[in-house]
Structure formats: structure tokens, C-alpha cells
Design a protein around this ligand. Structure first.
Ligand SMILES: *[C@@H]1O[C@H](CO)[C@@H](O)[C@H](O)[C@H]1NC(C)=O
Ligand SMILES: *[C@@H]1O[C@H](CO)[C@@H](O)[C@H](O)[C@H]1NC(C)=O
Ligand SMILES: *[C@@H]1O[C@H](CO)[C@@H](O)[C@H](O)[C@H]1NC(C)=O
Ligand SMILES: *[C@@H]1O[C@H](CO)[C@@H](O)[C@H](O)[C@H]1NC(C)=O
Ligand SMILES: *[C@@H]1O[C@H](CO)[C@@H](O)[C@H](O)[C@H]1NC(C)=O
Length: 243
């Protein structure tokens, strides 16, 4: 069993509370304004919220295929274990190639509509990559990463995934408290893509890529345009390999 990045996150120190390190950024592709944090790899993560705390948020990932094969942002706190992790990764020809030694699975054909960045929502129940599983909510509260198509693309090496995280904040035990002004969150950047190019594909990453903490200004992330932006989200393409 492989030890994942999550253990690194558990050991990292907290930084000063009450400070924010995000900046206001409006994405030209969608017109959505986010509080964004940029990591040394060039990976950018952003968050937009409604004025009145609700169950949804809008998220944004942007980076280079060369540097970032998958990225995840923890939206429940600085510790990934037991908190929701939103992930996204670009389409690469390596998708489907397992990097687990001795287990190079045959790449499943990726449908044309899925040759774009994909995202999903996961919950880590343990320290191994196999324990970072898709999370779809409890009962009728369906948790879903819904792409905003104008903000989902790959151009050369650059990829972007903009999404409505539906019901991601329905359960405050595993997601941020929107009543706070700021909160320390975390994200990870991986050098290996998941095992396949479909939502819920097992993560292969288990090495030492950087883990970043960021403290979004939650107050500044709130916009009265949120509902209008949220309407841009669509059902995710079904990219699951046919069994
Ligand atoms: C996306 O990431 C690339 C590579 O780091 C960068 O050049 C580009 O400006 C970014 N775009 C946005 C909208 O942040
Ligand atoms: C998977 O890896 C093998 C060996 O490195 C390579 O020949 C093959 O082209 C890869 N498959 C894809 C879909 O990239
Ligand atoms: C290889 O990977 C497949 C798909 O993830 C998995 O079902 C299988 O158990 C793995 N085999 C070994 C020997 O790890
Ligand atoms: C909220 O999340 C916690 C931790 O995963 C879980 O035990 C609980 O059942 C969840 N509650 C609801 C209403 O989904
Ligand atoms: C967060 O942003 C608001 C403006 O939206 C500002 O008034 C406040 O000082 C900021 N808080 C911090 C801790 O930077």
C-alpha cells in the first residue's frame, strides 16, 4: 500500500491565523471573479462564494500540463484527512497508464468529449492513495463537480478547469465555514496523472510534490453575481470506461 501526500499535510505546521494570501482575480474566459492563490509550480486555485452562505461554491484551477498532472484543493481545512478534496487534471496521453510498479494497466480509450480537463470531489479516509475516494454525498444531497464549459479547456500546455461544486458545503464537518472571514486551506499538485481519464480514477501520485497552504479571504470571495455564474454549470461528461 502506498503512502500518499496526505501524510505530509498532516505533519505540516499551521501558519498565522487571520491573515489572507489570496488576490482578487477575474477570469477572462468566464467573467467570474475569484479569490486566487498561486503556487510555485504555476498552479492557481480560486474560489467564489455567494453572499448568503449556501451549499455550493465555484472553483478554478489553472496550470501547465508540464508542471501539473493533477491538482487538489482541500476545502475543509489544512488537513486533508476527513475533509473534502476537489481535484482536477488535464487530459494527457499518459492517462490510463498506471505508474504503479509491476501494474501497468492497459490504457482505456478516452472518448473525444472527455479529452478535456476533468474534475471530481473526493474524501480521504486514510493515508494511502487508494483511500482518497470519490465522494458523492449522503442520501439526497448529491455532491458533484459540474464543469463551466467556457472555463474548461486546454490550449497548448495550459489547462483550466472551472466548476460549480454542488452541495460541497452542505456538511460543515468536511467543508469550510463561510461565516469566518478567513480560513487556512490546502492544496496539492501532483506530477503523475490519475490511473485513468475519468472521474473517480484512482490517484497514482504518492511522492513528494509540493503541498501548499493558503488562506482565502472568504469575505472577499463573496459576490452577488454568484447565482448568475452558477447557472453556467453543466452536468459533467460521463467518462467512465465501459466495463
Ligand atoms: C494559466 O496558467 C498558465 C501557466 O502557468 C499561465 O500562463 C496563465 O496566465 C494562466 N491563466 C490564468 C487565467 O490564470
Ligand atoms: C503507456 O506507456 C507505454 C510504455 O511507456 C507507452 O508505450 C504507451 O504509449 C502509453 N500509453 C498511453 C496511452 O500513453
Ligand atoms: C492493478 O491495478 C488494477 C486497477 O487499478 C487493480 O484492480 C489491480 O488489483 C492491480 N494489481 C496489482 C497487482 O496491484
Ligand atoms: C458529515 O460528514 C461527516 C464526516 O464525514 C459524516 O460522519 C456525517 O454523516 C455527514 N453528515 C451528513 C448529514 O452528511
Ligand atoms: C477581506 O476582504 C475584505 C474586503 O472584501 C476586507 O475588508 C478585509 O479587510 C479582508 N480581510 C483580510 C483579513 O484581509
Amino acid at each position: 500500500m502506498q503512502i500518499s501526500l496526505l501524510i505530509v499535510m498532516l505533519l505540516a505546521p499551521y501558519c498565522a491565523y487571520g491573515q489572507t494570501d489570496t488576490t482578487t482575480f477575474t477570469d477572462t474566459a468566464t467573467g467570474i471573479t475569484f479569490q486566487t492563490s498561486e503556487h510555485g509550480s504555476g498552479m492557481k486555485f480560486g474560489i467564489a462564494l455567494p453572499i448568503t452562505p449556501g451549499n455550493d461554491f465555484i472553483g478554478f484551477f489553472n496550470g501547465s500540463v508540464k508542471d501539473v498532472s493533477w491538482a487538489g484543493a482541500d476545502i475543509g481545512g489544512s488537513i486533508m484527512l476527513g475533509n473534502l478534496l476537489v481535484t482536477a487534471w488535464p487530459y494527457t496521453t499518459a492517462a490510463g497508464n498506471s505508474t504503479i510498479p509491476g501494474n501497468a494497466t492497459e490504457a482505456a480509450p478516452v472518448p473525444a468529449k472527455c479529452k478535456i480537463p476533468l474534475g471530481d470531489v473526493r474524501l480521504a479516509t486514510g493515508y494511502a492513495t487508494s483511500e482518497v475516494k470519490m465522494y458523492s454525498g449522503v442520501g439526497a444531497v448529491k455532491v458533484l463537480s459540474k464543469p463551466i464549459s467556457k472555463g474548461v479547456f486546454q490550449k497548448g500546455d495550459i489547462w483550466q478547469y472551472t466548476f460549480l461544486c454542488q452541495n460541497c458545503m452542505a456538511n460543515s464537518t468536511i467543508a469550510l465555514d463561510q461565516k469566518e472571514e478567513t480560513m487556512q486551506l490546502a492544496y496539492v499538485v501532483g506530477s503523475q496523472p490519475p490511473e485513468g481519464h475519468y472521474q473517480g480514477a484512482p490517484l497514482t501520485e504518492h511522492t513528494d510534490r509540493a503541498v501548499l497552504y493558503f488562506s482565502p479571504n472568504i469575505t472577499a470571495a463573496k459576490s452577488d453575481k454568484f447565482a448568475q455564474w452558477a447557472k453556467l454549470a453543466e452536468a459533467p461528461p460521463n467518462c467512465a470506461p465501459k466495463s
